[in-house]
Ligand binder design. Structure first.
Ligand code: ATP
Ligand code: MG
Length: 484
């Protein structure tokens, strides 16, 4: 193996090259030991695609200890649909994709990190960037709104309970279907940014609370997340999950998310060890690559004899590592990066003025009018807690009236009830002489002697039926059974 070394300002760079046929593998622990380095976050290893060349960078101290706040130009999408979210260890800009103009695709993203790793600040920055780029943000915060209180009024839709998030996801799926219908009617096969519709981004912070075992709406939520991931991409609706998860099984099962992980933008903040194994097993990290774990603080672990005279500050906390992570789907997956400093590091008594300033003073972008009907009652009521409450009740009573089935969880099986609902809708359509609107269908279904249903479930089921080909949209807002 050949080694070339360069150094500047105490930073040492080793350029390694191995003979052909002997791919570079490394063991970070062994490397730190060989270099006698107590703070492993001072070392960064990057290997090129051929696995014949590597750069090992050794810093005198972690280069990301201090981060500047973002500038306005960092927040604006470049021609490739990317924004700058922070810096890599070598000071270069760390970019994340918000949109792919070359294919017209919206982005599916996941941000993982343990508690306090900086997920919600990252979310807050992305929401502010979306606002600045006229993206319609739909944001679910399953910590009751505590994760990003500044987002209130800065996004098109902010949902803060499980029920609101379910309603929001249903609307998002319905909007994706509506856009599909409109685009195909217009003979368009791709989404064009802002022509005429804006990009929509649906983001769920603390997604683990929605999707983990025992979550009240796990089954439906998993279905909706998957459905939105499937249909949203090509009609300009992106999706992001921010989660504290050590295993994909905690997020509604690994199948749901594997595709999102494979093709999406994946950010890994300070993690727990199980997550890492899974990412490697899922092929997200090339075999042989390793990520230097991110410690909670940058204080290197050193040994002190009990006979040493203490200087006084040995036990002080080192600088925190919040916001440090890896952009696994970017060009430098093993290069440690850090997100910009977003807001104040110490808690503020009320809303953080620095975060509010990131959002700017403009009104947030809104869902296009042509899709508002599809977004349904929940969209219209999203700022009205009382009306939303009534919708939650409807949702809950729908769930409670389902018969309990073995293994169906605390609220029965949404799938079984969805199947019954499908039958009722199809027979209502079959019994009519002409195409029906969702409201007509609601009336017909409620007149069939079965239990009462709400317009929201009718719309969700109609969407699924159109998708599966059992029902067709006869004209705008009108449905008919598929003839044959
Ligand atoms: N990019 C950042 N810039 C400045 N401070 C940050 C940044 N990221 C995180 N912090 C600090 O870390 C704290 C925790 O961050 P944050 O709330 O984003 O973490 P989290 O991963 O969402 O945690 P939780 O799991 O508790 O929701 C913040 O209150 C802030 O003090
Ligand atoms: Mg959080």
């Amino acid at each position: 193996m050949s080694v070339l070394a360069a150094a500047r300002d105490d930073v040492v760079e080793l350029m390694l090259e191995s003979p052909q046929g002997t791919p570079i593998r490394y063991d970070l622990e062994a490397l730190c030991s060989a270099l006698d380095i107590a703070d492993p976050t001072r070392v960064v290893v990057e290997v090129d695609g051929s696995r014949r060349r590597a750069i090992v960078t050794i810093y005198p101290s972690n280069p990301l200890a201090e981060m500047p706040p973002p500038s306005l130009s960092d927040m604006l999408m470049d021609r490739q649909g990317r924004i700058v979210v922070g810096r890599y260890h070598n000071g270069r800009p760390a970019r994340r994709r918000m949109f792919d103009p070359s294919t017209g695709s919206a982005v599916r993203a996941m941000v993982f990190g343990t508690t306090g790793a900086g997920k919600s600040r990252t979310v807050q920055y992305l929401l502010a960037c979306e606002k600045r780029n006229r993206v319609v943000s739909w944001y679910g915060d399953l910590k009751g709104g505590q994760s990003a209180p500044e987002a209130e009024g800065q996004v098109d839709w902010r949902a803060t309970t499980q029920e609101q998030v379910i309603l929001m996801l249903r609307s998002a799926v319905a909007v994706a279907q509506e856009r599909q219908r409109r685009y195909s009617a217009a003979g368009r096969n791709a989404f064009l940014l802002g022509r005429p519709d804006p990009l929509i981004s649906v983001r769920i912070d603390e997604a683990n609370r929605l999707l983990e075992r025992g979550a009240p709406y796990r089954e439906e939520a998993t279905y909706l997340v998957k459905e939105l991931g499937r249909t949203g991409r090509s009609v300009g609706i992106g999706e992001e999950l921010d989660a504290q998860a050590s295993h994909l099984e905690e997020l509604g099962g690994s199948d749901t998310l594997r595709a999102m992980l494979k093709e999406g933008e994946v950010t890994l903040l300070r993690w727990s060890s199980g997550m890492m194994r899974q990412l490697v097993a899922d092929g997200l990290l090339p075999t042989g690559d390793q990520l230097m774990p991110i410690p909670k603080s940058l204080q290197p672990r050193v040994l002190r004899s009990q006979f040493d005279v203490l200087g006084g500050d040995e036990d002080d906390d080192g600088p925190g590592t919040q916001g440090m992570g890896y952009l696994l789907s970017g060009p430098h997956p093993t290069a440690m990066m850090r997100h910009f400093r977003i807001g104040s590091i110490t808690p503020t008594p009320g809303l953080d003025p620095e975060i509010l300033a990131l959002y700017g003073d403009d009104e947030p972008a809104r869902l296009e009018e042509a899709s508002q009907q599809a977004a349904g009652e929940a969209y219209a009521a999203r700022h009205d807690p009382a009306a939303m409450d009534a919708l939650f009740q409807a949702l809950q009573s729908d769930q409670e009236q389902q018969p309990r089935t073995a293994g169906g969880g605390p609220s029965g099986s949404p799938r079984r009830s969805a199947a019954r609902m499908e039958e009722r809708i199809v027979s209502a359509l079959a019994g009519a002489d002409e195409p029906l609107s969702a409201d007509d269908i609601l009336a017909a279904v409620n007149a069939d002697g079965g239990r009462e249903v709400k317009i929201g479930s009718v719309r969700t089921t109609l969407t699924a039926l159109v998708d599966s080909g059992d029902v067709v949209r006869a004209a705008h807002g009108l449905y008919a059974p598929t003839s044959n």
